[in-house]
Write a protein that binds this ligand. Structure first.
Ligand code: 8OZ
Length: 376
């Protein structure tokens, strides 16, 4: 364990710098991964995306929107990819812009598994999943919302191919100039589908016991760690999440085991989502960040409808080291400076969250037209 994690945590502020693995963050305010459905043709980041991330470079760390590692990983219109050279070149322009502003950025590696639709898949094929269980709900497709379909259960001998796709995507993230990667193991997508016993009913070594359900997520993590040092790799988990019809007979046991299993890897951070209003409405489990802090001493990032005061409190208590903000960062490109100065915040507009152009994307104003850089 490094010295940083042994130091007493209490009393930190959102503006205390922090060593996170090999990264040195200038503040504890992280831009959460946000799906915005505005990539260009070929799922390539374009000028508009460069400008959006550049505007938010004052974050201690930016986590990119979820980015599919392969064509089969796509589950929504116009989300960016990280499997072609054109995508690498597009992302390189984003990371160059963020670095030019003194920021740092990791790429979130994503495969949606069953949260897709044949119309989004190569050759209109079925989406893949650990088991052939149709999720309740509808996929967001180019033709509008359509019912999810029963996915095709992956054969065990196909899993090495997907691991290879993660490793190759992780390598491409390096080529694109990112400072690290975050493995998306949350919110009901492929890796979460393997981890939880609702969607995973396999009877081979990838299903059943906790050890078996963790096997594929950990194999993917190990593939990513062949491309990056552990100090530049994070992972996102949603222990209390119900999104995308996620079900688990004992989430506390599942995520206790998962966080325990992650300890030996010495990752840069674990990014934990607390229950959202919608999860509580759906009667999901409510596992607070302090529970994970009680047995995990590495860097913890928390997410879930935090505002400035609540974020300050959780960091000062030591229960979390970092707080990621989604909607507030989306609407406030200069969020760190606004929180520091106690300024009012712009209100996010849900009508422009997913898809569209500059409106509701790059046109949220900074405070008083000032620079978004909190050093200024
Ligand atoms: C909202 C809409 C589409 C995708 C996630 C990638 O929740 C997502 C996502 C969120 O992790």
């Amino acid at each position: 364990m490094n010295q940083q994690t042994d130091r007493p945590r209490q009393g930190a502020t959102l503006f205390s710098p922090l060593d996170v693995g090999e990264l040195r963050l200038r503040n504890r305010i992280v831009m959460a991964p946000l799906t915005r459905n505005r990539a260009g043709p070929g799922f390539v980041p374009r000028d508009l995306n460069v400008e959006y991330y550049r505007q938010r470079a004052s974050a201690g760390l930016i986590i990119s929107e979820a980015t599919q590692i392969a064509p089969e990983g796509l589950g929504y219109p116009d989300t960016p990819g990280i499997y072609t050279d054109e995508q690498v070149a597009g992302w390189r322009r984003v990371t160059d812009a963020v670095h030019a502003e003194g920021g740092q950025m990791v790429l979130q590696l994503w495969h949606v598994g069953r949260i897709s639709h044949p119309s989004l898949q190569p050759h209109q094929q079925l989406p893949v999943a650990p088991s052939a269980i149709k999720p309740a709900g509808q996929a967001a497709t180019y033709e509008g919302l359509q019912d999810f379909v029963t996915p095709r259960a992956l054969a065990a001998d196909e899993l090495p191919r997907i691991r290879d796709q993660y490793r190759e995507a992780a390598r491409k993230a390096r080529a694109a100039g990112f400072d690290g990667v975050e493995v998306h193991n949350a919110n009901g997508y492929l890796l979460d589908q393997f981890l939880r016993d609702g969607p995973n009913r396999r009877t081979d070594v990838y299903g059943g016991s906790l050890e078996n359900r963790m096997r594929f997520p950990l194999q993917v993590l190990e593939a990513v760690l062949e491309a990056w040092p552990a100090g530049r790799v994070g992972i996102r988990l949603s222990p209390s999440g119900t999104m995308n019809d996620m079900q688990d007979s004992d989430p506390k046991a599942t995520f206790t085991a998962m966080v325990e299993a992650l300890k030996p890897y010495g990752l840069a951070y674990i990014h934990i989502m607390e229950p959202l209003e919608a999860d509580i409405r759906h009667g999901g489990p409510q596992i607070p960040i302090g529970y994970f802090r009680s047995f995990y001493r590495g860097i913890l990032m928390v997410n879930g409808e935090y505002d400035g005061p609540k974020a300050q409190t959780v960091v000062a208590s030591g229960d979390a080291d970092l707080v990621s903000f989604g909607r507030l960062f989306l609407a406030n490109p200069d969020l760190p400076a606004r929180l520091r100065d106690g300024r009012p915040l712009n209100t996010p507009d849900p009508r422009t969250f997913y898809g569209g152009g500059a409106e509701g994307y790059t046109d949220y104003p900074t405070w008083g037209g000032r620079s978004a850089d909190p050093r200024s």
